[in-house]
Design a protein. Structure first.
Length: 590
């Protein structure tokens, strides 16, 4: 997104009202505002030139009753749960605080696939039914002239693109009276205008359609997830379970902190009816793989790319790590192109090299690799960047499911063992494990609090707590950040690695876990979801946050049990969970 991008400007009347407010104002979906008020917090899902706080409008990271006013210009049509966002606005407003929103009614499809709603007046009022609604009216920038102008402009542009200039010119000469006849009289539903609209491709008709026809079938044994999502036992349809997944989100701003609980919809599933993910190419023809990543992003992404490169290379494919290189627009059927983390590769690198049209063409030729947590701003950016891609490979089952819920093609591709996890450690023996407890991670309020509360435990042992700055992106030279060789040697010299989630969620840090297990270091982690095929108690130890120190002390005092787990884990990840095997399975699904 260019740094000067702006949403539709705030209406003069609204801006005048905002300037009269003494307290704080929250501007949700501000983009890069043309006028930045000193008392306004600009909130976005991505970073623009004037952004103050990045986050999700469904989970606002502010204390109750913080703001005197909230504005959201052209945002609500792009929210998957407008009522939840309205409830969040109500929560953060002070008593008597005012909300002003602009949202779509009769507008063409835009910013797909994140244009969810075109709401009537009654729909908008329902979203805000817990408020005292003073008015819901058509503002100047939404008057019918804009509706007709926008629809006709888009229609003419796409008709020319589809049929050429001659049809475009003829259509441009038609009148509103000509179109109104089609509505008033069935006999008029033939001829040039009717045929031109009726024969437009479906993807273009979707942008202007009066409605949609949907046909759906409930299978005899209903399922929600694909076969590539592991960890669910085989159940009959009569005993299929319902799972409610609850994630907690904690965020911080200069105005304070609030912890929110998000309960995901219940999912009924039955593994008997799972289907294998299929994408648009045949792996039988692939003989070359290029994995693209930028050096300008997190160093983690380069390591993620290296795992894929090694896995495909061990399957006897010509596999190359392409750092700061540009994918081919037309790779052919023999070349598989993979981009690791598009929100970094595109935003930090490719956007500065190519035009928007060229980038769209490249996006259609690649698969995207995700290592993002669901429901985060980075996840939303990833969704935007990946909507034209061939598909998505995600390292966790949680995020794979979140992509699918948004209509994106995603396959669960867990990380496997790679030989470079042990590079530089051949001279370190089991007897050289002088460090009892190691912690590696970015600073966060949750992690800082945990380490402070349990400092007496860590002080009793030889502990090495390496906390890097909360910096994005992290480079090899970021303070407190260990590069690959240093990290490998540190893990090989440690008995236990402690893992604490940066915020209150249950997202499993796959790469950190596999690297730890590959160095025969016991991985003791805060409780996580979807760790399969790893097994708690056999390959690693999971515990509630406050129970982690006790687990550390137990296994430091029971060396035989610790060694049994780390040896089982090492054998499993190197022999049954290698990058070679996982890339082979991925090729079978393409």
């Amino acid at each position: 997104m260019p740094p000067d991008h702006a949403s539709n400007p705030i209406a003069d009347s609204v801006l005048h009202w905002m300037k009269q407010i003494d307290g704080y104002i929250l501007n949700i979906g501000a983009g890069a505002s043309q006028i930045k008020l000193p008392n306004t917090i600009e909130f976005e899902y991505a970073v623009f030139s004037t952004t103050d706080v990045v986050g999700d409008a469904h989970h606002l990271p502010f204390k109750d009753e913080t703001f005197d006013a909230v504005v959201a210009m052209n945002v609500f049509e792009h929210l998957y749960n407008p009522e939840q966002a309205a409830a969040e606005i109500r929560r953060v407003l002070k008593p008597g605080g005012r909300a002003v929103i602009h949202t779509a009614f009769l507008q063409p499809l835009h910013e797909e696939p994140f244009h969810f709603y075109n709401a009537t007046k009654y729909g908008v009022m329902r979203w805000f039914s817990e408020f005292d609604i003073e008015t819901c009216r058509v503002s100047k920038n939404f008057n019918p002239a804009f509706t007709i102008g926008w629809l006709s402009s888009e229609l003419l542009r796409l008709v020319e693109q589809t049929y050429g200039s001659s049809v475009h010119e003829r259509l441009a000469q038609s009148s509103l009276a000509d179109w109104s006849k089609i509505w008033r009289s069935e006999a008029a539903r033939s001829g040039f205008l009717w045929t031109a609209a009726l024969n437009l491709p479906q993807d273009i008709q979707e942008r202007f359609a009066a409605g949609f026809e949907l046909e759906a079938v409930k299978s005899a044994e209903q399922t929600e997830l694909g076969s590539s999502v592991p960890g669910y036992s085989k159940l009959s349809s009569s005993t299929a379970n319902s799972i409610a997944s609850t994630n907690r989100f904690t965020a911080q701003s200069s105005l304070g902190e609030v912890s929110l609980t998000h309960t995901a919809p219940q999912v009924d599933f039955d593994r008997k009816n799972y289907q294998t993910d299929r994408f648009s190419i045949s792996s039988q023809k692939i003989d070359t793989v290029r994995v693209f990543v930028t050096s300008l992003g997190n160093y983690f992404m380069i390591e993620l790319a290296q795992i894929f490169v090694e896995g495909f290379r061990e399957n006897e494919l010509d596999s190359e790590l392409a750092i700061d290189k540009i994918p081919s627009i037309d790779p052919g059927e023999n070349l598989l192109q993979i981009v690791v983390s598009p929100h970094e590769f595109f935003n930090l690198f490719l956007d500065h090299k190519l035009s928007a049209i060229e980038i769209e063409d490249i996006t259609r030729s690649v698969y995207m690799v995700s290592g993002e947590q669901p429901y985060t701003p980075w996840f939303k950016i990833f969704c935007q960047r990946s909507k034209l891609a061939k598909g998505i490979f995600d390292i966790t089952a949680q995020t794979t499911k979140a992509f699918r819920e948004r209509g994106l093609k995603a396959i669960h591709t867990p990380l496997g063992y790679a030989s470079f996890f042990e590079e530089g450690t051949s001279d370190i023996s089991e007897q050289d494990r002088s460090i009892d407890i190691v912690f590696l991670g970015s600073a966060s309020e949750k992690r800082n609090g945990f380490l402070s509360r349990h400092a007496p435990v860590f002080n009793r042992y030889n502990s090495k707590l390496m906390i890097s700055r909360l910096e994005k992106p992290k480079f090899a030279k970021t303070a407190g950040f260990y590069g690959d060789l240093e990290r490998n040697r540190l893990l090989r010299s440690s008995k236990i690695m402690v893992n604490v989630h940066s915020i209150d969620n249950t997202y499993f840090e796959w790469l950190r876990a596999i690297m730890c297990l590959a160095n025969r270091c016991l991985f003791i982690t805060e409780t996580s979801d979807h760790i399969e095929p790893l097994v708690n108690g056999k390959h690693l130890i999971m515990a509630d946050l406050e129970g982690i120190p006790a687990q550390c002390e137990y296994y430091l005092n029971h060396e035989e049990e610790r060694l049994k787990i780390v040896n089982q884990a090492y054998e499993f990840v190197t022999q049954k969970f290698s990058s070679k095997l996982l890339c082979r399975k991925l090729l079978e699904k393409l």
